[in-house]
Design a protein around this ligand. Structure first.
Ligand code: AKB
Length: 325
């Protein structure tokens, strides 16, 4: 029997992780927590929780007999560059608080997303390996390297099993674009489906590694359930599925929406994107815990459009019913 606490549960990953964990472990085993909640009605217990408040985390872990934690609460790259002090406080102190509270109450596992943001400009950009040097140039990347080092320390010192992986951009349709540099991709899809032209904040030829959300969720559940003895790393596993540039994504989407157009107006997020790898070597995740991406880029584009069109029609229906009760 597990009792899983998810922090930052209203974000992009949490919104798809909750139903996956409910399907696997039952709704009574999942507790969603965040500082605010979206209107999505997941049939699980919800607790308002700020990860910068260590005592509050301890109270929830103790009172709910939490056995495992998915710590998703974080400020993503674009916001973190705008508010670096706050990002360090939320991402750095927040992660430290979760680990301290988990150690105090003997939580078994903590799963934490790391990011391609841990890498910097001192290494080659293609097929970056897990043990390549991590010298990030962004505050978000610095907080993720700190989290990886804390994972090593709390696992070896207190015996809690902290695990995770470096995510590339994740493409999904359940939540609006977040404050991630890679979220231009989600935004481009949404503009196309709404028959609006899109202004992209990256240059057309900026390659970034990406994956579709079902593969990200499957990876989180797989590393959660992996045997401890099979893990050679803590949070340093690379995962990804494909790489594209904004212009390549635009061409694929335009096949479905011939009138769709994109303008490119690079901003501060261009420097963030250029500091990141173009592609990752993720073989160690395949070997150690069975990482296995199923969605190709073409599968992703098709599935995103089918589901965004479905959501658009549902929203139009709700508006019609609201206007004509
Ligand atoms: C971001 O763009 O900040 C995130 C990430 C790559 O970690 N999606």
């Amino acid at each position: 029997m597990v009792t899983i606490l998810i922090t930052g549960s209203s974000g992009q990953i949490g919104s798809d992780l909750i139903p996956a964990l409910v399907r696997k472990y039952g709704k009574s085993s999942v507790i969603a927590s965040d500082i605010t909640f979206s209107d999505r009605d997941y049939d699980v217990e919800k607790i308002r929780l700020d990860v910068t408040k260590k005592e509050d985390i301890e109270t929830v872990i103790k009172e709910k007999s939490v056995t495992d934690i998915f710590h998703l609460g974080a400020i993503l790259s674009a916001s973190a560059e705008k508010h670096p002090y706050e990002a360090f406080f939320v991402n750095g102190n927040g992660t430290l608080n979760v680990m301290e509270a988990a150690a105090k109450y003997s939580v078994n596992r903590i799963i934490i997303p790391s990011s391609i943001a841990v890498f910097g400009n001192d290494i080659a950009k293609e097929r970056v390996k897990p043990m390549d040097s991590t010298h990030p140039t962004t505050m978000y990347g610095i907080t993720k390297v700190l989290s990886e080092l804390l994972a090593q320390y709390y696992t070896s010192t207190y015996g809690i099993s902290v695990r995770g992986m470096r995510f590339p951009g994740i493409i999904s349709y359940e939540t609006p674009p977040m404050a991630g540099t890679t979220d231009y991709a989600v935004d481009m899809f949404i503009h196309a489906v709404n028959h609006e032209n899109y202004k992209c904040y990256l240059k057309p030829d900026t390659p970034l590694p990406m994956m579709y959300f079902p593969d990200a969720i499957d990876a989180l559940v797989k590393i959660f359930e992996a045997e401890e003895r099979s893990l050679r790393y803590r949070m340093e596993y690379n995962v990804s599925a494909f790489t594209f540039t904004p212009s390549e994504l635009y061409s694929l989407i335009k096949e479905y929406y011939p009138d769709f157009s994109v303008e490119y107006e690079p901003d501060y997020r261009q420097n963030i994107a250029e500091s990141w790898p173009h592609s990752l070597d993720y073989f160690d995740a395949v070997k150690d815990w069975g990482y296995s991406p199923r969605f190709s880029l073409n599968d992703t584009v098709k599935d995103m459009i089918v589901n965004l069109e479905r959501i658009r029609k549902e929203n139009d229906m709700k508006k019609t019913l609201t206007q004509n009760p």
